[in-house]
Design a protein around this ligand. Structure first.
Ligand code: SF4
Ligand SMILES: [Zn+2]
Length: 359
């Protein structure tokens, strides 16, 4: 059995059995080193925020990969690949990545994006990934924009760190990969170690620095049936929206990534990504909450992404994207397909496991 290295602080967290399986799967993938001066990804997009829709520059900064993933990590996450030799990236190299992103923006965009979003596949606010000096330099670089979002696990959300952004005049949000408001589902199905109360504490810290929280939720982690996933997501959205400071919820349907536990289950017929009808149902039924709720199903319509029958996937995806920008649930009454009956039957009959075939 492979062990995480001694300095992996996450040891002892999460479920040992899940971590063991995930480490073995990630080992199969093998290590691949990346240039520390290149961002993992960068693209231009648009996003709905409490101040309206903005052009956004999304940056996936390469900070050495997720420590939690090296210990085993989340059952659906294949993001461990972005590692660099030595496991950490120096100040100058992180700033070189930011320069690359700005060059990309100049080359591709008509105007400067008002919103900057920085993800790291880890925690931007963890100073072992992004030192305080680098965080401050990045805040200065983007001081002429309107808003910024930085990704972090709740452990590292701290009012002093966030103040680096608010003092240069940026509306600031912290994106937290909460996945679900239900602790049991987060621990046992996702293998994430923190609790909902840690998320609430992170929201309070953000509020204290005059910042907000964007919660990322995972629709249909493994081991949940379609109906359980819908119910879990509906209650999670309501619980998140009720926390002071959490003004946006982004619901991500699980997609099947290589070298993950979800991939193993999927390969053996034990996992199907959620139906786009389920995503629509959740958005429609929670449209009354006091928060922006959005979803951007990755790989929609494919076997490995959220999908319906193949005929209606693009239309339903388009309705979801319309909902993201307008928050108007009537967009869903404009789409229909014969496969809704199949979806209804699935929701009624699918159970997660131990399905007895007779009394
Ligand atoms: S989902 Fe986030 S915390 Fe979990 S393994 Fe992936 S990068 Fe790490
Ligand atoms: Zn259909």
């Amino acid at each position: 059995m492979s062990e995480p290295s001694a300095d992996v602080y996450e040891q002892g967290r999460g479920m040992d059995a899940h971590n063991k399986v995930m480490r073995e799967l990630r080992d199969e993938k093998g290590a691949k080193d990346y240039d520390p001066r290149e961002p993992t990804r960068v693209w231009l997009d648009e996003d709905n925020t409490p101040d309206g829709v903005y052009n956004s520059l999304t940056i996936i900064l390469n900070t050495g990969g997720c420590r939690w993933a090296r210990a085993g990590g989340c059952t659906m996450c294949g993001y461990v690949a972005e590692s660099v030799e030595g496991g950490s990236v120096a100040h100058e190299d992180l700033l070189a990545q930011i320069d690359e992103c700005l060059a990309h923006e100049r080359a591709e965009g008509d105007e400067q994006a008002g919103l900057i979003k920085i993800y790291t596949s880890g925690s931007f606010l963890d100073e072992r990934e992004v030192p305080a000096e680098t965080r401050r330099a990045i805040a200065e670089t983007f001081a002429d924009r309107e808003r910024i979002v930085v990704e972090s696990l709740p452990d590292f959300v701290d009012r002093e760190k966030i103040t680096d952004f608010t003092t240069v005049g940026l509306e600031t949000d912290v994106a937290v990969g909460l996945e679900t408001a239900t602790d049991r589902v987060r621990h046992d199905c996702v293998n994430k170690y923190f609790d909902f109360e840690d998320f609430e504490a992170a929201c309070a810290e953000a509020r204290a620095a005059d910042a907000g929280i964007k919660a990322y939720l995972l629709m249909k982690p493994p081991f949940l049936a379609e109906s359980e996933a819908i119910a879990d997501m509906q209650s999670s959205i309501r619980r998140c929206a009720a926390v002071d400071g959490c003004h946006t919820v982004s619901m991500n349907p699980t997609n099947v990534q290589r070298y993950t536990m979800v991939d193993q289950l999927h390969f053996r017929g034990g996992y199907r990504p959620p139906w786009l009808w389920s995503v629509a149902e959740v958005l429609e039924s929670t449209a009354d909450v006091d928060a922006i709720v959005v979803s951007d199903p990755v790989g929609h319509g494919s076997d490995r992404g959220a999908h319906n029958c193949g005929e209606c996937d693009d239309r339903v995806q388009k309705a979801i994207k319309d909902f993201d920008l307008r928050q108007d649930p009537s967009v869903f009454s404009e789409v229909a397909c014969e496969c809704e009956a199949t979806h209804e039957a699935v929701v009624e009959r699918e159970t997660a496991y131990n399905l007895p075939l007779a009394e």
